[in-house]
Design a binder for this molecule. Structure first.
Ligand code: C2E
Ligand code: MG
Ligand code: MG
Length: 652
């Protein structure tokens, strides 16, 4: 849409001006009525009165009074009243002209009447452009001028010249010339005024585009920076504090990529509304890019208030959103920077809040963190890594390492988990905890995940060929990858390419996957299980309503998160709680016929406790750290006793 064809803007202008026009007319119309009454009253004793005047003057005065009443009583009658005046006055003047010229008056009387009556003609022109875009007014004014000219020409040709009434001819020439000039000037003025209004509208629209986010109508980054500078100035002058919240939605890309951009837009709109509902009157809320919002809070006394607002922002997003008929749960990573502690100017404060938000992303998302000095370097590193990720796959910088999962009672290897590693050419080995969140943010995880899946399947097939009959490789799947429509086919293709039977593959998903439209998730999980692939729920216990997922999700195995195992057997970390929790999970899983893996076993005490609790499988540094494929092959085909010995030495 071009800004010039913006009807709402024109209407806007019209609304703001019409009240003014109405007031002016309410004052002007009585003067018009008075002029007609005066014409009637004063012409009578002057002896110049004609039959026409006797009827037309009082009639026109009455029309004027009626129009004044209509305009006073109805606020929306401006256009009608203006048109009525133009039509009424034009008809009057034209009729008067005809009467004067063709009536039975003598030439002197005709001439006298000319001088007084037509002073008022310019009013018609004025009115015709009074109302913006009022085409009918202009048509009537132009028609009036043309008819006036036509009548004058007919009279001049037929009567004035043969009678040699040169005074009248002169008067007619003058009045028609004046009419023509007035009409031309009026048109020129209308044109100028409209062009000017259009330019103004255009400028306003451009400004609006430049400073407003077109989707949410919130201020955009440009306008936010300027506003923040202003706010900072006043906060500085009043010696007050200011907090800047950088809110970034978690896994927004999943929604956009799987449900489409319209759904993404709808979610962003709803998020903006929720955030607005939390913001107070003085707070500044803006959308500075894709799924990034910022909120500035000024004039608070304690940091506790900042904390509270951050929690309220999180809470506002927690209620599920309805997008494309689906119920979606959204979380956000929030970084906070404070003035004056963390920066003196808008850009620094924004950068620091951004870097605090990045830290949240890195430590598992869905949290609030304040800026900490020195994190900028970390932020910078993340940016470099984000950029380098794109070429890393083509340049074969990734490797898949393998960590065995043991049968806790028998001490034998039952499965092996594929864990990706990145050997950066300059920075060396980088852990997945660092680059997987970046890959998820950029969507690169899809390509990387497919590669890991194919590589793991091929490796598993190799070990099967070498004699590991019950091969089972487990592969971590990010929610973004899982939600791809082609994901199921990708699994089928990876198995086929490696000629691995589906029973040899297990996929590890996290509870976070349930946030993205449960129907699609359940459908894909069921299809995968029908194929013969098993499903494990990773990092169990760290998400939302874990126990309900045990009932709802079609899964074969759960992996109890390392944080619970870590607390087992450590006297100072509420071991009873960890023990009760792990034992409840194991009992429930046994009841539901789901296998349990304990992640992160680091000590024999932990292993013994888990055996007592009847936990089936275990994984951790106590047994073996993740290792390259060749090393795992060596471990796999050694005696069990040796395996455990090696595990001990690795753990120490
Ligand atoms: P995860 O799936 O929960 O994997 C287990 C993590 O715990 C691995 O970290 C493993 O090295 C570590 N670990 C195992 N035993 C112990 C222990 O006894 N003590 C301690 N402290 N740590 C232990 P890693 O390899 O750094 O991977 C971290 C996370 O990155 C994984 O957590 C997984 O969520 C993700 N990840 C790794 N590879 C991939 C992948 O190919 N695709 C996806 N989407 N995510 C992956
Ligand atoms: Mg895992
Ligand atoms: Mg895990």
């Amino acid at each position: 849409m071009t800004p010039l064809s913006h009807p709402s803007k024109e209407t806007q202008h019209w609304h703001s001006y019409s009240a003014l026009w109405r007031k002016a007319l309410l004052i002007a119309i009585p003067f018009g009525a008075l002029a007609f009454i005066a014409g009637w009253v004063f012409e009578y004793p002057s002896g110049q009165v004609t039959h026409f005047d006797l009827i037309a003057y009082p009639l026109m005065a009455l029309v004027m009074i009626a129009l004044e009443v209509i305009l006073a009583m109805r606020g929306d009658s401006l256009r009608f009243v203006v048109l009525a005046i133009i039509v009424g006055a034009s008809s009057f003047f034209l009729a008067k002209l005809c009467f004067l010229l063709f009536g039975s008056l003598d030439v002197l009387q005709k001439q006298l009447n000319f001088t007084e009556t037509f002073y008022w003609v310019p009013v018609i022109y004025l009115l015709s452009f009074l109302v913006p875009g009022f085409i009918s007014g202009r048509v009537v004014a132009t028609a009036f001028t043309s008819l006036f000219l036509l009548v004058s020409l007919i009279y001049t040709g037929l009567l004035a010249i043969p009678l040699q009434a040169w005074g009248l001819v002169y008067a007619l020439i003058q009045i028609n010339l004046a009419n023509g000039v007035q009409l031309a000037l009026t048109y020129a003025f209308i044109n100028f005024k409209e062009k000017y209004t259009q330019a103004q509208t255009y400028a306003e629209t451009v400004e609006q585009f430049a400073y407003t986010d077109s989707l949410t109508k919130l201020p955009n980054r440009l306008s936010f920076n300027t506003t923040l500078e202003h706010v900072l100035k006043s906060v500085q002058e009043q010696n007050k504090k200011l907090a800047l919240f950088f809110v970034d939605l978690d896994n927004f890309k999943v929604v956009n990529d799987t449900l489409g951009h319209a759904a993404g837009d709808s979610l962003l709109l709803q998020v903006a509304e929720r955030l607005k509902s939390v913001a107070r009157q003085d707070d500044v809320l803006a959308r500075i890019s894709g799924d990034e919002f910022v909120l500035v809070m000024q004039g608070f006394d304690t940091n506790r208030q900042v904390e509270l607002l951050a929690r309220r922002l999180q809470a506002a997003l927690m209620i599920p959103f309805s997008v494309s008929g689906q119920s979606l749960t959204v979380t956000a990573s929030i970084g906070v920077s404070l003035f004056p502690e963390h920066g003196q100017d808008a850009l620094t404060l924004l950068r620091h809040a951004d870097s605090a938000m990045y830290r949240v992303k890195h430590s598992g998302k869905n949290d609030v963190k304040h800026y900490e000095g020195g994190v900028d370097a970390e932020l910078e590193k993340s940016r470099v890594l984000e950029k380098d990720l794109n070429v890393a796959l083509a340049e074969k910088q990734f490797e898949v390492h393998f960590q065995p999962l043991f049968d806790l009672k028998k001490g034998t290897i039952r499965k092996v988990e594929a864990l990706v590693r990145w050997k950066h050419p300059e920075l060396g080995w980088i852990s997945p905890g660092e680059f997987i969140p970046l890959a998820e943010e950029t969507g690169f995880i899809n390509r990387l995940g497919s590669w890991v899946l194919r590589t793991a399947c091929e490796q598993a097939k190799d070990w099967q060929r070498l004699g590991w009959d019950e091969t089972c490789v487990t592969v971590n799947i990010s929610p973004l990858q899982f939600m791809q429509p082609s994901f199921y086919q990708e699994v089928v293709d990876a198995l086929e390419a490696a000629t691995l039977s589906p029973e040899g593959l297990e996929l590890e998903i996290t509870e976070g996957i349930m946030l993205h439209g449960s129907e699609h998730v359940l459908g894909t999980l069921a299809k995968l299980r029908r194929l013969g692939v098993s499903i494990a729920l990773d990092d169990f216990g760290t998400g939302y309503s874990s126990l309900a997922y045990l009932r709802d999700l079609p899964i074969d195995c759960i992996k109890i998160d390392r944080s619970f195992i870590r607390d087992l057997g450590t006297p100072y970390k509420a071991p009873q709680f960890a023990l009760a929790l792990v034992s409840t999970i194991v009992d429930l899983a046994n009841y539901l016929d789901i296998k349990v893996v304990a992640e992160g076993i680091e000590t024999s005490a932990q292993r013994d406790l888990l055996v007592d609790l009847e936990c089936h499988l275990g994984q951790g540094y106590y047994f073996a750290k993740p290792m390259p494929a060749d090393a795992f092959r060596t471990v796999l085909f050694k005696e069990n006793q040796e395996v455990v010995q090696q595990a001990h030495s690795l753990a120490n």
